[in-house]
Design a protein around this ligand. Sequence first.
Ligand code: ATP
Ligand code: MG
Length: 312
Amino acid sequence: MDTIMTVNHLKKNFKEASVLKGISFYIRQGEVLCILGPNGAGKSTTINILTAALRSDGGEILFKGTKISKILRSYKQSIGIVPQDISLYEELSAEQNLRFFASLYGLYGNRLNKAVEEALTFAGLNDRRRDKVKTFSGGMKRRLNIACAIAHHPDLVIMDEPTVGIDPQSRNHILSSIKKLQSQGMTVIYTTHYMEEVEAISSRIIIMDHGSILAEGTKESLKEEIENEKKYIIEVEEHGGIGHDEFFAVEGVRSVKIDGNVIEITSLKGIENLDRIISLLSDHGEKIRNITSEAASLEMVFLKLTGRKLRD
Ligand SMILES: Nc1ncnc2c1ncn2[C@@H]1O[C@H](COP(=O)(O)OP(=O)(O)OP(=O)(O)O)[C@@H](O)[C@H]1O
Ligand SMILES: [Mg+2]
């Protein structure tokens, strides 16, 4: 896949506070790149610089190999922006908003009409097209806001937390519509607080905090990098005599926790020793009721990297 955008050593200060500390990353054509970070991490600052709404204090952004400062006009036509705060005209209808925003990108006549129709369908708002935005729910506004950003078929869509504070149905609609955009060849940069969203849509993830990038990779690679252990939770009918030492004697076992009839064992990954743990139990006449294994989650990765949960 070709690289559509390269960001080199991006810096931003607000007074003496260094809000972006020289971050570098890239985005490939056709990916959904999720930027994950807690409050104040610098996500919106990054997005605002990428969309050329805010000036950086250092570094450069290349779009298809050229500095965006040199191609600002065509660059702005090539992107779609979904800001963190909804920006729509409340007194205008859904259709009027779409016509307005799409025309800002130079669409007119039949192309404009077609773009507006497509965008209304995309947002699932055909039946509400003539209603004023002020009568819409939060979720409908979010959907319309996204539709306004993609009506002109940008190459790159940049979205800043587009699902905050909306109903689950609208969120699902938005997540599946992002997959749809991707299947149509669009590239998406998407910031979020929500792990489930990252799980659902990301091609690749950047984890940021305090103005720096802490990790980058696919959800699978991030989990692997962090978690080289596997956790088994074994529930037995009634736990009898097997002590911690006997479990530790099994190769690869790193920790053992026995709580009543539930035994939690963490073991190095790649050592297929579950068979031996099961044999040990059955040799002692213990009946296994249930075994589950807990895979590393993005939440665990995030906690390990940042020392905090996603939401403060
Ligand atoms: N215009 C500004 N003036 C001064 N400080 C700012 C300004 N904009 C952002 N900041 C500060 O920069 C830091 C990063 O803010 P930013 O909005 O980029 O974070 P974020 O990751 O988008 O957070 P959130 O999840 O809350 O949206 C924060 O400490 C914020 O207070
Ligand atoms: Mg933000």
